[in-house]
Design a protein around this ligand. Sequence first.
Ligand SMILES: Nc1ncnc2c1ncn2[C@@H]1O[C@H](COP(=O)(O)OP(=O)(O)O)[C@@H](O)[C@H]1O
Ligand SMILES: [Mg+2]
Length: 298
Amino acid sequence: MERERERGGANIPGKGGLHNEGEGADVRDKPVRVLAFTSGKGGVGKTNIAANIAYIFSQRNRKTLVLDADMGLANIDLLLGLTPKYNLYHVLKGEKSLAETLVTGPGGMQVLPSSSGIAEMTELSRGQKLTLLDAVNSLEDRPEFLLIDTAAGISGNVTYFNSSAHEIIVVTSAEPTALTDAYALMKVLYQGYDRKKFRLIVNMVNHPTEAREAYERLRHATDHFLTVALDYLGFILHDPRLPEAVKKQKALAELYPSSPASRCLQDIASRLCGEMPGGAEGGSIRFFSSRTIRSSRE
Ligand SMILES: Nc1ncnc2c1ncn2[C@@H]1O[C@H](COP(=O)(O)OP(=O)(O)O)[C@@H](O)[C@H]1O
Ligand SMILES: [Mg+2]
């Protein structure tokens, strides 16, 4: 019910919106393409993948904003060696505007940092979530891509951010536990949120066939038990350069652009950069107009 209200109630015509509103949308209103990077199990590489794809997109002059939506264990700023003054908390409290909070990261990407350990942020209210996404929508200089780095699991924040995305990119390793959790996440998003399309990245593999096999196993389960389409987006090789880059607080694709995992990330970025795939579902949640953010600051 709550969800239905979110979908229906929030569907107030605004100026453009995060979603393609079809005819009448002019160039300035070009919709932001929202990609969520998500996983059932933690530690499978979501944050590194989101940060590196954001770097690669930005380098290719595709304006990209990455949103750290892991409110419990926020760390994208740390990963990129950024020291933001403000974060999402200040935006949600109405103390700072989104534009004041954004920081510029490597390659010119924009980052909306989050904050760890603020209990009240681990489950945002419906109004806060709407405020946040509406603020992105209302930015004067809107990005072409919004990459959302979600927390692991199936909390309300995670399912909300996934519901709001045009494309849900499930990240997993080839381990059976990660695959089982990836399946559980897709099941929740399918049964509870009517999402029927997912794209899969298999990370930390030693060989492409290991990733393919993991994909086939997961696909076998989704084909049998859920009516969803699972698209194979690609694999990322296990690469000792990646933890090195993490230690140096740099994006791998910047520090070691020709390392094995960087090459895989470049390939995945190229696939994602293409046109919106014909079957993209679009987010199932619409957002308030720019009035929402203004009123939250009054
Ligand atoms: N392709 C890879 N090769 C080697 N190590 C990796 C790779 N991907 C991720 N890791 C390791 O896994 C850790 C967790 O990655 P992270 O992006 O923080 O995961 P998540 O955001 O899903 O929790 C990284 O710090 C790194 O040490
Ligand atoms: Mg993470």
